[in-house]
Ligand binder design. Structure first.
Ligand SMILES: Cc1cc2nc3c(=O)[nH]c(=O)nc-3n(C[C@H](O)[C@H](O)[C@H](O)COP(=O)(O)OP(=O)(O)OC[C@H]3O[C@@H](n4cnc5c(N)ncnc54)[C@H](O)[C@@H]3O)c2cc1C
Ligand code: FES
Ligand code: FES
Length: 470
């Protein structure tokens, strides 16, 4: 049986764990405020909040319920649009959407209001703007300016937020209803009752953002092995200078980690290029690696870090492999059926090293890459002492550029060296023409993004004009 809190109601259900949360909400609970748009995580009409009890406080994140398995709600607080309604008046987000004429047909509005309420509830000041919070919500008729204006006004109100008594403050200001303050106690009781309720049989699902886009119907009917709440697959730790990140870590959790933000000062800029707020709150590293897409952003990011994967089988046996050896051919990888990726680890970037990530897609946000690439590079006296470079979208797997690396080691940071390296890079890739661009376009992008690493990291040493002219 799965137990969780839906708005202000305790749910105990024997419905299959693999049914989508969206279908459970709409069909089993008859809460029709959460809308069905694309069913692919793209439009945000189905956005709900998931509250998880962490150290006695509930941390809320927005997700797209159309690609989330019901079983992942276990032990959590799920908030739909009905759950943010106040008894008598509109809540702050609803009122500001109305005041700014930010709704026309209204189909997208519940999703926007839930995302905006998630922004108000957010723990860490990672989401700088309300616009960031609604990055996964699409409106086809109002136009975004009025929605943006409502967002600005929400931000203004939140400037006075009392972070020490956040929930009480948000209730008093009319952002959320009164029952929110009872949730921590209710979740504490549920958490105890929920342990070991889920099956370990069936298709392995982390947070479902890849699997549910393709197999939602199948997963709704079959047994699913939900791994998202396995504690040993979670967490980010540093031991000496080695950083280890659990396979269940989401993109948002990377960003929330203060130490990682120090290691990668541009982490937010990099990760904002990945999907949308809702999908970043769900998409895990393990899911991204095993999905094995040649353009998986996390694969490209961690390949260039020269990372190591830790893999465990169901007998508890552990093995480690270089991440560069994991992807073997198109959608083929070094993982047995009884194995799970536990974690990925890498040596933290030190002061003589630089890291960069570049991605070009048809639109800047909420799109997968045409080409993406990362570089890690260590310099001493202007000489490249070591480097690791990855590139996506130009081969059958996320590609580690071994020959380009070997050419660069021992050479100075110099326009002619970079140009020569770019020629070697071309010999290592085999792009094909598809919906994300022609083979010729991807070759051009590969060169330009490779140059972009050096322009971004060593603008003082590189003559841009010289680099981009033949
Ligand atoms: C709208 C949308 C936008 C997206 N945008 C991007 C984008 O910009 N960039 C990008 O890279 N991806 C993007 N994705 C893809 C997806 O979000 C990521 O690949 C995500 O990291 C997958 O994680 P998950 O936990 O949701 O995977 P799931 O769907 O749960 O799992 C994917 C696969 O991994 C396996 N798996 C998961 N964890 C483990 C583990 N620990 N050990 C072994 N096997 C495991 C599962 O069995 C499954 O085969 C997008 C998806 C959507 C729906
Ligand atoms: S219905 Fe479009 S994101 Fe869920
Ligand atoms: S108001 Fe119609 S889709 Fe947004």
């Amino acid at each position: 049986m799965i137990q969780f809190i839906l708005n202000n109601k305790i749910i105990k259900t024997t419905v299959n764990s693999g049914v989508t949360l969206l279908d459970f909400i709409r069909e089993h609970q008859q809460l029709k405020g959460t809308k069905i748009g694309c069913r692919e995580g793209d439009c945000g009409a189905c956005t709900v909040l998931v509250g998880e009890l962490i150290d006695g406080k509930v941390s809320y994140k927005s997700i797209t319920s159309c690609i989330s398995p019901l079983g992942n709600a276990s032990g959590k607080h799920i908030v739909t649009i009905e759950g943010v309604n106040l008894p008598k008046e509109l809540n702050v987000a609803q009122q500001l959407m109305t005041d700014n004429y930010a709704t026309q047909c209204g189909f997208c509005t519940p999703g926007f209001v839930v995302s905006m309420t998630g922004f108000a509830l957010a723990d860490v000041k990672i989401l700088n703007t309300c616009n960031d919070a609604v990055s996964g919500n699409i409106c086809r008729c109002t136009g975004y300016k009025s929605i943006e204006k409502a967002g600005f006004e929400i931000e203004e109100k939140l400037l006075h937020k009392d972070d020490n008594n956040k929930i009480e403050w948000l209730i008093k200001q009319g952002f959320i209803p009164d029952y929110f303050k009872t949730i921590p106690d209710k979740l504490t009781k549920l958490k105890i009752q929920n342990s070991n309720l889920l099956t370990s049989e069936g298709i392995t699902v982390a947070n479902g953002t890849d699997l549910y886009v393709r197999y939602a119907d199948k997963l709704s009917e079959e047994k699913v092995h939900l791994i998202s709440d396995i504690n040993s697959l979670k967490g980010i730790s540093f031991s000496d200078d080695i950083c280890t990140i659990g396979a269940n870590t989401t993109v948002t959790e990377l960003l929330e980690n203060e130490r990682l933000r120090t290691v990668f000062p541009k982490l937010k800029q990099f990760l904002k290029l990945i999907s949308s707020e809702q999908i970043r709150n769900m998409g895990t590293l393990g899911g991204n690696f095993v999905n094995a897409s040649p353009i998986g952003d996390m694969s490209i990011f961690f390949l260039a870090l020269n990372s190591t994967l830790t893999i465990q089988n169901d007998k508890g046996e552990i093995r480690q492999i270089p991440f560069q050896k994991f992807h073997q051919n198109y959608k083929q990888f070094d993982l047995q059926e009884d194995e799970l990726i536990q974690s990925i680890s890498f040596k933290a970037i030190d002061s003589s090293e630089y890291f960069n990530f570049e991605k070009v897609s048809k639109r800047t946000h909420l799109d997968i890459a045409s080409v993406n690439t990362s570089i890690r590079i260590k310099i001493a006296n202007n000489i490249i002492v070591d480097t690791h470079i990855s590139i996506g979208g130009v081969a059958a797997t996320p590609k580690y550029l071994e020959n380009t690396r070997l050419f660069l080691i021992g050479k100075p940071i110099d326009v002619s060296v970079i140009k020569e390296a770019a020629v070697i890079l071309q010999s290592e890739i085999t792009p094909i023409s598809d919906v994300r661009g022609t083979n010729i376009y991807k070759r051009l992008l590969s060169k330009q993004l490779f140059f972009a690493h050096f322009v971004e990291l060593f603008s003082d040493k590189i003559d841009l004009q010289n680099l981009i002219t033949n």
